[in-house]
Design a protein around this ligand. Structure first.
Ligand code: ATP
Ligand code: MG
Length: 446
C-alpha cells in the first residue's frame, strides 16, 4: 500500500532530465511520436517539450496488463507513464524507460491529416490549416522557439538602452497615414479603425517626457497584397526617441538592435539554428553601409533597373541592391537614406534646402525591406505646411496636432516587422511560415 501511494505521488520529469535519473522510478508524459510492435518487444518514442524518451516494453519484463494496454496505440496519443529508468547504450539518449504503468490520457485519431515527420511535405496552406499539428514537426517548433528568443532579445536591447516599453490602443478613431489601409470596425454604432501603426502614440509619448519609447504589438493593414512578404496582421517593433541631431541616430539604434539580436541568436540559440539548418549562416552586422537614394538609383539605372527620382524602390530593386551590397561590402544589410518626399508621409522631416527629399531611411536585409524610419518634423508650422502639401489639414487631426504645441523635442523613430525579420533570419520563402496563424486577404482561420 505504502509503495502504491509513493508511486501515485511521483512528480513528472522531462526528457532532458532522464539521463540523471538512471535506476530511479519516474513519471513522464508526452505525445507518441513513434510506436513499433515487434511482437515480443514494443517500443514507444515519447515526445515532450524538451525532447524524446524511449520507452521499451520487453514482454518478459513488463506486466501483461501494461503490455496489452498499448495494443492499439496510435501516433500522437498522449500518455502518462511511470517506469524505471535504465541505462541503455542502444537508446538515443543513453537511457530507456521500462514502464510499470501506462495511462492513455488521450487517444489520437489515425491517420493524422498531415505528416509531421517531414517525410511527406504538405502544401503550406494545408500545414497552416492544421498548424498545431504542423508544430509537432521539429523544424516548425524550433522556428517558433527561435522567434520567442528573438522577441526576448528585442525587449532586452531596448530595456538596456533606456527605452520604456509602451502599449498603445489598437482600436482608434483614425490614423495619421492614408486611410486606404485601415480596417473599419463597428464601435457601438460609430466607425473605428484598427491601428495600422502606433505612430501618433509613440510620438505623443516621446513628448510626454518618456523621451525614448518602444512598442511590440499587432499592426493591421487592410492591403489586398498577395505576396510572400505581406500579412494583414503582423507584429510591429516600433520605437521613437527624442533629442536627436538627425536620422543618423535613429539608424544607429536600428543597427545596434540588429547587432544585438543576431549576436545573441548566434551565441544562445545553437539548438534552434541547427534544427533549422542555419548554424553556419548567421552574419552579425557591425557597421551597416548607408547609401543615399540618389546613388542607389544611379547604380540601378546602370544595371537596367531605371527608376525616376520620385519612385519608391521596387521589390526587384531591393533584391538587386541586396546582392550588390553583399558583393561590394560583404554585408547582408544596407540602409537606403533620403527617400523621395513623394513616397513618404507628411510627418517625415525634409532636409534643409531640399524640398524633394526626406530625412528618412529603409533597412534592407538580404534584398527585402525590414524597417522604415525617419526624423519627424517637430516644428508645428512646417508640419502644418507639409500636411497641406499632401492634401491634409493638421488642424483636423486634433490629437496629433496637440502634441506639437506644448514642448516637443526633435525626434525620430522606426518601425520594423518581426515576421519579416524571422522570414529573413531563417531564409524562408514565405512570411506565412514565420507567423503561427497568419492573416492575409484569403485567410481568417484558424
Ligand atoms: P512594403 O513597402 O514592404 O509594403 P511598407 O513600407 O508599407 O512595407 P511600413 O509602413 O514602412 O511598411 O512598415 C514598417 C515595417 O513593418 C516594414 O518595413 C516591414 O518590416 C513591416 N511590414 C509592413 N507592412 C507589412 C505587412 N503587410 N506584412 C508584414 N510586415 C509588414
Ligand atoms: Mg516602409
Amino acid at each position: 500500500m505504502d509503495k502504491m501511494e509513493k508511486k501515485e505521488t511521483l512528480k513528472r520529469i522531462h526528457a532532458v532530465d532522464l539521463l540523471n535519473c538512471a535506476d530511479q522510478v519516474v513519471k513522464v508524459s508526452g505525445w507518441v511520436e513513434n510506436y513499433r510492435d515487434l511482437k515480443k518487444i514494443r517500443f514507444i518514442q515519447l515526445k515532450d517539450r524538451t525532447g524524446f524518451i524511449q520507452v521499451t516494453l520487453p514482454q518478459t519484463e513488463v506486466s501483461k496488463e501494461v503490455f496489452d494496454s498499448i495494443q492499439d496505440l496510435t501516433k500522437e496519443s498522449v500518455l502518462e507513464i511511470d517506469g524505471l529508468v535504465k541505462k541503455s547504450p542502444q537508446a538515443r539518449l543513453g537511457v530507456e524507460l521500462i514502464p510499470s504503468k501506462i495511462q492513455i490520457v488521450s487517444k489520437a485519431k489515425a491517420p493524422t491529416p498531415i505528416d509531421m515527420s517531414g517525410k511527406i511535405v504538405s502544401d503550406l496552406s494545408v500545414r497552416l490549416d492544421y498548424r498545431f499539428l504542423d508544430l509537432r514537426n521539429p523544424k516548425s517548433i524550433n522556428l517558433f522557439k527561435l522567434r520567442s528568443r528573438v522577441l526576448g532579445f528585442v525587449v532586452d536591447f531596448f530595456e538596456n538602452s533606456g527605452f520604456i516599453g509602451i502599449n498603445t490602443p489598437k482600436l482608434t478613431s483614425a490614423g495619421v497615414e492614408s486611410g486606404a489601409e485601415l480596417f473599419k470596425v463597428d464601435y457601438f454604432g460609430k466607425p473605428a479603425y484598427l491601428a495600422q501603426s502606433p505612430q501618433i502614440y509613440k510620438q505623443m509619448m516621446v513628448c510626454s517626457g518618456l523621451e525614448k519609447v518602444y512598442e511590440i504589438g499587432p499592426v493591421f493593414r487592410a492591403e489586398k497584397s498577395h505576396t510572400v512578404r505581406h500579412l494583414t496582421e503582423f507584429t510591429g517593433i516600433d520605437f521613437e526617441q527624442g533629442f536627436i541631431e538627425s536620422e543618423q541616430e535613429v539608424m544607429d539604434t536600428v543597427e545596434g538592435l540588429m547587432h544585438f539580436i543576431l549576436k545573441h541568436v548566434q551565441e544562445e540559440c545553437a539548438e534552434q539554428l541547427i534544427a533549422l539548418g542555419l548554424d553556419q549562416k548567421i552574419e552579425v552586422p557591425e557597421k551597416i553601409p548607408r547609401m543615399d537614394m540618389v546613388e542607389v538609383k544611379k547604380l540601378l539605372a546602370e544595371n537596367g533597373l531605371k527608376l525616376t527620382a520620385e519612385d519608391d524602390l521596387t521589390p526587384e530593386a531591393e533584391k538587386w541592391l541586396g546582392d550588390y551590397v553583399l558583393k561590394k561590402f560583404n554585408s547582408e544589410f544596407v540602409f537606403v537614406t533620403n527617400y523621395p518626399w513623394a513616397v513618404r508621409p507628411f510627418y517625415h522631416m525634409k532636409p534643409n534646402g531640399d524640398s524633394k527629399g526626406t530625412k528618412s531611411f529603409d533597412l534592407i536585409w538580404k534584398g527585402l525591406e525590414i524597417a522604415t524610419g525617419a526624423q519627424r518634423e517637430h516644428r508645428y508650422d512646417l508640419l502644418k505646411a507639409q500636411a497641406k502639401e499632401k492634401g491634409l489639414n493638421l488642424d483636423e487631426m486634433k490629437d496629433y496636432s496637440l502634441i506639437f504645441q506644448y514642448g516637443v523635442p526633435a525626434h525620430g523613430g522606426c518601425g520594423l516587422g518581426l515576421d519579416r525579420i524571422m522570414e529573413q533570419l531563417c531564409n524562408l520563402d514565405n512570411i506565412r511560415e514565420a507567423i503561427l496563424l497568419p492573416r492575409d486577404p484569403e485567410r481568417l482561420t484558424p
